[in-house]
Design a protein around this ligand. Sequence first.
Ligand SMILES: *[C@@H]1O[C@H](CO)[C@@H](O)[C@H](O)[C@H]1NC(C)=O
Length: 146
Amino acid sequence: MNSTRFPMFYICLILFPFTQLTSCVYSDFFWAKDVDVILKNELHVPANVRCKSRDNDLGDHEISIGNTYKFSFKTNFWGTTLFWCKIWYKKYPNSEKYSEANFEVYSSESHTEHCDHICTWELLDSGIYSYDPYNNRSIKEYDWNN
Ligand SMILES: *[C@@H]1O[C@H](CO)[C@@H](O)[C@H](O)[C@H]1NC(C)=O
């Protein structure tokens, strides 16, 4: 468990009667962070995306050329929030095959510093890049399959 969150469990135990304990633990009182994930389509074709966590399936969405897909969530108490996305697209409008990738977009346990509250991913022909706004640069993280 995330060491900065663990003591908060005891603070909840002390401050809240048992009936409110769960809402204290799961509320955003102390530790829940708001996270935005942004996927930018910088490909030359539309892309399809489907993002999920253990509990949520955000469904299929199309991101047209030059546009973005964004979703937001709060991190959980246990520090185990994990979202991943599948992206697939046709390199050419009439091709049969899809290029695709299935990758982690946010993990409480292993996110980079520049993906703490806003995680921006750029979909390029050459792969999937994580945008670091502090240094205004994009870092390649994943390749497309095919
Ligand atoms: C970020 O870098 C790009 C080139 O990679 C440049 O065009 C842009 O002006 C830069 N933005 C800032 C805020 O420095």
